[in-house]
Design a binder for this molecule. Structure first.
Ligand code: PLP
Length: 399
């Protein structure tokens, strides 16, 4: 198919829920992508925090190929080898003792909403069902996770929303405390909000939430769909806060580019889910689980968490230099390789010009530029990105 046909057919046959950039990617390797015309791009979006180990890692593609020759799918009514291996490894490297597998972040959060309600009702009474979430959060697009997402712009047109959610202010422990009542079942938070603008939860806030949950018999839920799997310079972002959640959700990077969602929790909570409580046809798919096992091996063996931490600090310092140089940059923040630059006006043109120069970056809302490079990124690649930002910034960031 020619490029113009792809644009034409996409417009004709695919529902227009995405505002796409006019580029057609055909190949990826490590931190780079190539478009249909052979142009190379440095990818600092990583499929929105999915390609943490870079594009098309040979160990992952081999794991996918090998598993796909053996067994592609059986129902969850039967046992398979990769799902058990993956669950065992996830429990070994985290606080968790049990996993539930599904296909996406929203689906993992849906499972969590159900488990939280069932646990609270079973242990503490039928009235317990409310979950507190936070301003600028993002938890997914299904009706449940959309309601959990405390941003009105995502709700519009879809009312009535699911009952049983209350919204507190992010990084404001008092506002969460004030919302707790006899119906509250849990508190759900992203330790670093991704879609909300790379907002980092403070130590006091997270530790305060843990205390509130312990005191009031509530489940503390960490949505680590975006922050998990090394992204923030720790395997899971909860490690930065010296506490453990009761439930954690993962998706995005865990499948190495294939769709996988996971809900992780402790035995005492998982036990309220019995036969028939929840299910997913494709959850724990053997091919996807084989890919995820390879991803976790690579992250650990190739010390990518250390690299994410070091390269994140290096990138942040370079971006701070840009802030000192350009008036238009009002804030630079991030943890590991989850980084944002906030501007005082629209960043649309900057993202567009960077793309022309071969650097892929992402705009959240209007004014926040988000950087999510693969965790394998090198100083040389960061310097390349900074050079492009400087080149584009000379005219667009100086005003
Ligand atoms: N939770 C968080 C923190 C996210 O960033 C996202 C997606 O961006 C989701 C949930 C939803 O994940 P998915 O798009 O896989 O349903």
């Amino acid at each position: 198919m020619k490029a113009h046909e792809i644009f034409e057919y996409d417009s004709k046959y695919i529902i227009h829920t995405y505002k796409r950039t006019p580029v057609i990617f055909v190949k990826g390797k490590k931190c780079f992508l190539w478009d249909i015309h052979g142009k190379q791009y440095l990818d600092f979006v990583s499929g929105l925090a999915v390609n943490n180990i870079g594009h098309c890692n040979f160990k992952v593609t081999s794991a996918i190929r090998n598993q796909s020759y053996k067994l592609m799918h059986v129902s969850n009514l039967y046992y398979t080898v990769p799902s058990v291996k993956l669950a065992k490894e996830l429990c070994r490297i985290s606080f968790a003792q049990k996993c539930f597998f599904c296909n996406s972040g929203a689906e993992a959060n849906e499972a969590t909403i159900k488990l939280t309600r069932k646990y609270a009702k079973t242990k503490f009474g039928e009235n317990k069902h409310t979950i507190i979430t936070f301003s600028s959060s993002f938890h997914g697009r299904t009706m449940g996770t959309l309601t959990a997402t405390a941003q009105e712009k995502f709700h519009k047109g879809y009312e009535p929303l699911l009952p049983g959610f209350k919204y507190a202010n992010f990084n404001d422990i008092e506002s969460a405390k004030n919302l707790i009542d006899e119906n509250t079942a849990g508190i759900m938070v992203e330790p670093i909000q991704g879609e909300g603008g790379v907002n980092i939860a403070t130590q006091e806030f997270i530790q305060g939430l843990r205390e509130l949950c312990d005191k009031n018999n509530l489940l503390l839920i960490f949505d680590e769909v975006q922050t998990g799997i090394g992204r923030t310079g720790a395997m899971f972002a909860y490690e930065h806060y010296k506490i453990t959640p009761d439930i954690m959700t993962l998706a995005k990077a865990i499948g190495g580019g294939l769709p996988l969602g996971v809900m992780l929790t402790k035995d005492t909570i998982a036990e309220v889910f019995d036969y028939g409580s929840h299910a997913s046809t494709f959850g724990a798919n053997p091919v996807v689980c084989a890919a995820a096992i390879a991803v976790l091996n690579i992250i650990q063996k190739e010390k990518l968490i250390k690299n994410a931490k070091e390269m994140g600090e290096y990138f942040l310092s370079k971006l701070q230099n840009l802030k000192a140089k350009y008036n238009k940059i009002v804030d630079v923040r991030g943890l590991g390789l989850m980084i944002a630059v906030e501007l005082n006006s629209s960043g649309e043109k900057i993202v567009e010009e960077c793309m022309k120069e071969g650097l892929i970056i992402n705009l959240i809302g209007e004014k926040i530029i988000r950087f999510l490079p693969p965790l394998i990124v090198t100083k040389k690649e960061i310097d390349k990105a900074i050079n492009i930002l400087n080149k584009v910034g000379a005219s667009l960031l100086a005003q």
